[in-house]
Design a binder for this molecule. Sequence first.
Ligand SMILES: Cc1cc2nc3c(=O)[nH]c(=O)nc-3n(C[C@H](O)[C@H](O)[C@H](O)COP(=O)(O)OP(=O)(O)OC[C@H]3O[C@@H](n4cnc5c(N)ncnc54)[C@H](O)[C@@H]3O)c2cc1C
Length: 391
Amino acid sequence: MDLRINPENEALIEKAGELARDVLARYADECDQEQRFPRESFDALIREGFTRLTLPESYGGRALWRDPVCYTMVFHELSKGCTNTAMTLHMHSSILYFLLTLSDEEQKDRFAEAAQNGAIFGSHAGEAASSPQWNRTITTRARKDGEEYVINGQKYFCSMAGEADHYVLWCLLEDVEELQAGLRWAVLDKNLAGITIPSRWDAFAMRGTASHALAYENVRVPARNIVGTGEGILQPDFVPRFGLGYAAVYLGAGAASLDWIVDYALKRKLLPDNVPIASYPAIQRQIGEMKIAYETALIMIQKAAWVLETRGAEKAIPFINEAKYTASEAAASMTEKALKIAGGPGLLNDKPLQRFHRDARAALVMPPSTEKCLQMASNYVLSQNEAKSIF
Ligand SMILES: Cc1cc2nc3c(=O)[nH]c(=O)nc-3n(C[C@H](O)[C@H](O)[C@H](O)COP(=O)(O)OP(=O)(O)OC[C@H]3O[C@@H](n4cnc5c(N)ncnc54)[C@H](O)[C@@H]3O)c2cc1C
């Protein structure tokens, strides 16, 4: 496995770490407490070119889909400052890459130019009536009417609702039931008539993601904003990349809790010993467990990214699922251990440990959920053995 990253991309990872410390971390607590989108952090990311990571170079971007190891490390670094910002930026970056891949030349120019000028794209597939990761059903419909499509449907868990400039809506053509045949992306301006927010995001984790529900009632979108075919959208190179990025992002909450608790344990002294709590073997043991969980998850993410780069998406899928599982479990257990080490003070809202822990809980259900990852891992190994027994 060759994890070398070229010097330019190394510098990008360093810059991500700097932005995380200097900007994202500054707003993370406030956005969590006020349950608001980290607009200031996004403004800085736009200024520094981080919303153009997956744009082709010809549009001022970094074409970072070519280097998945660097991509995941950039998002991991950003997440150490604010998991919410990193997660939503990853959504934007992924859907932008997918969208431009399936767009025709005219669409590509329009969407890429918008992104070049700082536009943010959300991606909304989730629906209350169906679990997309399991059932792969979409009830949002697009009906052709002359040169327009008319969209009707309800989405939920729509990150960046009201905050992104464009929503990439996963919908089915009217009268087609098969996703492979009828799935399309409708690219909507967020201000189009007929789009409303029927209920606002009110969650105990990832509170800054503005993941409100969205309703679409007879929303009219020009035909030139319909992108892709079912087969194209469902190709293995797309959806699994969401999962790989989530693994890197959520592990960032674990890494932030490790950094924070090590600093705390080295400073916190109790009488009568008057030595740092880091000198107690029980505390050292827990820090050791956190570090090993972290390194295990990190190398699995990097391996999955390396397989994606060198052997393609289809081969990478099992590794991505396993990395997502390991990173989610590591983030959840690391943030819990950090709370235990801190003792009572860890519960206080003026310390970030409770936020890291709450955000890490979302990793377990974020698609592919830990249950889904386990099932995919099991399916993979069973099918491999089946294949072996046939030959
Ligand atoms: C913070 C956050 C932000 C998100 N943002 C977005 C976004 O911007 N865009 C977007 O499209 N989606 C987004 N998602 C939503 C996501 O896509 C899911 O739609 C959402 O998590 C609900 O689906 P679910 O499977 O978790 O739960 P449900 O659909 O309510 O399912 C309930 C439970 O049943 C399980 N289940 C369902 N079917 C099966 C089965 N066949 N076998 C075994 N178990 C099953 C599920 O895993 C789950 O545990 C976001 C999620 C989170 C947590």
